[in-house]
Design a protein around this ligand. Structure first.
Ligand code: SAH
Length: 399
């Protein structure tokens, strides 16, 4: 085989043997015949085979591992991995579906994210190797979906994310395969239509990772008694948490575009217009005003953007989470519920719980954990990759 050879420093093999997918520059003794983005064979200091992956010296993560078997990374391999990922989502409804199909490292395909919205796939290429091969991967994906009797109309790229800079890549988006998607792709069940703007929406257009939690909120509000609930949906984006909730929903977000799409979606689902508000505001300011005005809610959802992008930002981020949750506690009626989240990978579930506890102590309220929350079932986390567990949340009953 004419592949490049990456030799690991003596004593640095352990994470590789434990199937962690990343190899940092410090663990590498030498790189022979490796070209940027190419497949490389990883060997121990004694020359024994350890893994095969792809290489990029520009990135601090110089190798991302694709397999721990001595096998070729060819079209057959790719087809097997794509089929495996598609099959792993068979528990999801098969029609009108919105679902993550490939969750990068967590599906053992580092650097590749693929989401499905009805007939369209949206692909995100986060690393050089995936970027170099994205058109071919799009073609293979379309073939695998066809074979699984779920033909796709088009594959659209949304690689307009900052992290690509770490791989020396510019942002990129546009049609990769098949048809251009419509202005809004519709997905969801017959009685619940969701709209996604795959060109301009956040991430690949939708927060699919929260879909199971949308359903938890829907059940929670449906089970409450006759009086109309007041629900506050903070950082609402396109309003998806409120869409299925029974009650009067106040959506708050700083993005006018997201709120406009939220309003359109609520109308499409024939939700009475007096049942929802769409408020464009900074959440921190909104909360201060709401507390000052003595407002009260039965249920609050608080799903902020990522506050900590790395370990250095953890302290500042925890202050942000504490402040937010403190205001939420002050706004909840006794016996009400708080659904609170953090999507910062650098903040563990334990730390997040401690921060929420700190906010509770300052508020003088009492609360119980009803449920620990995480990402939807189509967002698996590889057991060998704890970094994959970024979304954590708590459903609390507050007195
Ligand atoms: N809960 C949503 C996803 C929220 S993503 C869902 O399930 O679909 C975070 C949202 O926070 C984005 O829509 C972004 O526009 C908004 N946002 C970020 N900072 C904000 C701020 N300071 N005030 C209000 N909204 C903010």
């Amino acid at each position: 085989m004419s592949e490049g050879i990456i030799t690991i420093r003596a004593g640095r093999e352990k994470p590789i043997l434990q199937q962690h997918p990343w190899i940092f520059s410090g663990a590498i003794a030498s790189a022979k015949d490796a070209a940027p983005g190419d497949i490389v064979t990883v060997v121990s200091s004694k020359g024994d085979f350890l893994a095969r992956g792809y290489w990029n010296a520009k990135s601090q993560i110089q190798v991302r591992i694709l397999t721990w078997q001595d096998e070729s990374i060819d079209d057959d391999w790719w087809r097997r991995m794509l089929r495996r990922a598609i099959e792993a989502r068979y528990h999801a409804p098969q029609s009108g579906v919105g679902s993550r199909i490939i969750n990068a490292e967590n599906d053992f395909l580092p650097g590749l994210i693929v989401d499905r919205y009805a007939d369209y796939l949206v692909l995100q290429a986060l690393t050089l190797h995936i970027d170099q091969n994205k058109t071919h991967i799009a073609q293979l994906l379309a073939e695998c979906f066809e074979e699984a009797h779920m033909p796709v109309a088009g594959v659209y790229e949304r690689s307009d994310v900052d992290v690509r800079g770490k791989e020396g890549l510019k942002q990129s988006s546009g049609r990769l395969w098949g048809e251009e998607p419509p202005l809004y792709v519709r997905f969801g069940q017959e009685n619940l239509i969701r709209l996604v703007d795959v060109r301009n929406g956040h991430k690949t257009g939708y927060y699919l990772d929260q879909m199971d939690n949308h359903a938890i909120l829907s059940q929670l509000t449906a089970s409450q008694s006759a009086e109309k609930l007041r629900i506050l949906n903070l950082f609402s984006y396109t309003g998806s948490f409120g869409l299925t909730a029974a009650g009067h929903v106040v959506n708050v977000d700083s993005s006018g575009d997201a709120l406009a799409l939220a309003e359109k979606t609520y109308q499409l689902n024939e939700r009475p217009s007096n049942d929802a508000e769409f408020i464009q505001a900074d959440v921190f300011e909104y909360l201060r005003d709401a507390v000052a005005a003595g407002e009260q809610f039965d249920v609050i959802v608080c799903d902020p953007p990522k506050f900590a992008h790395n370990k250095q930002q953890v302290d500042r981020a925890t202050r942000g989470y504490k402040d937010l949750n403190l205001h939420c506690f002050r706004l909840i009626k006794p016996g009400g519920y708080l659904m609170t989240f953090s999507c910062s990978g650098a903040i563990s579930a334990d730390l997040f719980q401690k921060v929420v506890f700190g906010a509770l102590a300052d508020s003088g309220r009492q609360a119980q954990i009803i449920q620990h929350l995480g990402p939807s079932a189509d967002h698996p986390v590889a057991l060998t990759f704890p970094e994959g567990a970024y979304l954590k949340g708590l459903l609390l009953r507050v007195y």
